[in-house]
Design a binder for this molecule. Structure first.
Ligand SMILES: C[S@@+](CC[C@H](N)C(=O)[O-])C[C@H]1O[C@@H](n2cnc3c(N)ncnc32)[C@H](O)[C@@H]1O
Length: 255
């Protein structure tokens, strides 16, 4: 387990987060579309980052609260989405009343928490009966495009993980179905949302990797391995390369 909290990395990347490639923005749009919240839905987005889900939810007329442990992320979110109630807050210790929301979302967050079960329990607590908790933690290949580079990227990260210190990288492996069931959620279902994003060249790919959570992995490599990884990543995208992600979105209901 990494000793530095995950959100420290996001303090450092807040200014470039999602500006190199619109990765989280596109996924956020797809996630909100899959959830299809009705206008007026009281929604809380935890670990909201710069608001990838907040913007689409506001455009649908939801009443959106958004929290993130990183003050730099919250400052950007407030500037971009002044209509949202955005606050610096730990997802594991929410300062909201029981039953305050009808929808709680957490995109690419729960696996970053020191205590994922506590994060899920807090989502359960602040939901009203019948409310939904929706989370995504990662990606799986689905109908891969011939030019998709995700497998090559994954292979590169798997290879270089051998050079990480014992506590290096970010996040932990969690079993989302079990996590939701243990928190008390029922009727858990999985939907897949898919995005395909053009990658112009290898330098953009490297800059993108440094603009989000991959950065923690890259920073934890010894300097010579970091440079080796940069050179290897630069040659990954061929002509027409795309990042293709199919994100399993798990949705549980509070009875
Ligand atoms: C990969 S980003 C995802 C952001 C956003 N959900 C999106 O899809 O763009 C993870 C976010 O979780 C936040 N985070 C990490 N640990 C947290 C915690 N304990 N409480 C609240 N937010 C946290 C980070 O600061 C970061 O903004």
């Amino acid at each position: 387990m990494r000793t530095e909290p995950a959100w420290h990395t996001f303090e450092r990347v807040a200014d470039s987060y999602d500006e190199v490639l619109p990765f989280f923005t596109m996924i956020g749009e797809a996630l909100v579309e899959a959830l299809d919240p009705a206008p007026g839905t009281r929604m809380l987005d935890v670990g909201a980052g710069r608001g990838a889900l907040v913007g689409p939810a506001l455009r649908r007329g939801c009443a959106v609260s958004a929290v993130d442990a990183s003050g730099a992320m919250v400052a950007r979110l407030r500037a971009e989405h002044p209509e949202a109630d955005a606050r610096v807050m730990d997802a594991q210790d929410l300062d909201f009343a029981d039953g305050a929301f009808e929808l709680v979302t957490a995109a690419f967050v729960v696996h970053l928490l020191d205590d994922p079960a506590r994060g899920a329990a807090e989502a359960f607590r602040v939901l009203a009966p019948g409310g939904r908790f929706a989370m995504t933690i990662g990606a799986a290949p689905l109908r891969p495009e011939p030019t998709a580079i995700q497998d090559a990227m994954d292979a590169l990260f798997a290879e270089f993980s051998a050079y990480l210190p014992p506590e290096g990288g970010m996040g932990s492996a969690i079993a989302p179905q079990e996590l939701l069931a243990e928190a008390g959620f029922v009727d858990v279902e999985t939907r897949h949302t898919e995005v395909v994003i053009d990658v112009p060249d290898g330098d953009v790919l490297w800059d993108w990797a440094l603009s989000h959570g991959y950065r923690a992995f890259i920073e934890d490599l010894p300097a010579e391995r970091r440079e080796e990884m940069r050179l290897r990543m630069r040659v990954v995208p061929g002509p027409g390369a795309v990042i293709q992600r199919a994100n399993p979105l798990l949705i549980g209901r509070k009875p």
